[in-house]
Design a protein around this ligand. Sequence first.
Ligand code: ADP
Length: 150
Amino acid sequence: MRTAVFPGSFDPFTLGHADIVERALRIFDRVVVAVGYNIDKPERADSASRRAAHIASLYAGNPAVEASAYSGLTVEFARSVGASCIVRGVRESVDFEYERRMADLNGEISDIDTILLPARPGLGFLSSSAVRELAHHGFDVSRFLPPSNT
Ligand code: ADP
């Protein structure tokens, strides 16, 4: 059983994130979406848990996808769920530079490798911060979010 961890903030979880999960499932048997929060800001733990529960509910029909909140090192969380790889999405070249640095660092401190998937054409413009910004101004952002019953 090959497991990948897909870490991020997911604030909110968008169609771009859902696309990465879907494509990661072609490579891995199990994908754990990991909603990170900073242990120094414990008030964030609640919202991270809520976001993880929401993501889990989106995949309630698919046992290959799990979601969980975590704090601390991503490689340690990955190890704790039996993952061999971290999956991340890359939208533009600045993403790549950052992701490569994180992948190098994580490779240096663990045996967890990183797989970078390019954003699907047509979804590269989509970011959680843009969705938050639009929603803040009253724009209906539902077209950018996976359909949900919750
Ligand atoms: P972080 O704060 O760790 O970047 P995000 O929730 O913003 O967390 O993103 C999590 C991961 O999803 C990152 O690897 C990011 O590059 C990727 N991602 C975000 N939006 C998209 C998108 N539209 N297409 C592909 N990957 C995306």
